[in-house]
Design a protein. Sequence first.
Length: 59
Amino acid sequence: MFGVEVSGVLGLLLLILNIYAIIKIVQSRASTGRKVLWVVLILLLPVIGFILWFLLGPK
């Protein structure tokens, strides 16, 4: 989409961080709607979604 390709070790690291974020989202006390929105954001935009979750998600 933006011409950015993530592969190799960087891709594996991003995958691990995204899985961690999704697990933390599911375990949180947030409403179901907010959980779904965060997970969808991370799945559709892995790099930007993780950064936004890291900065805005956890309290």
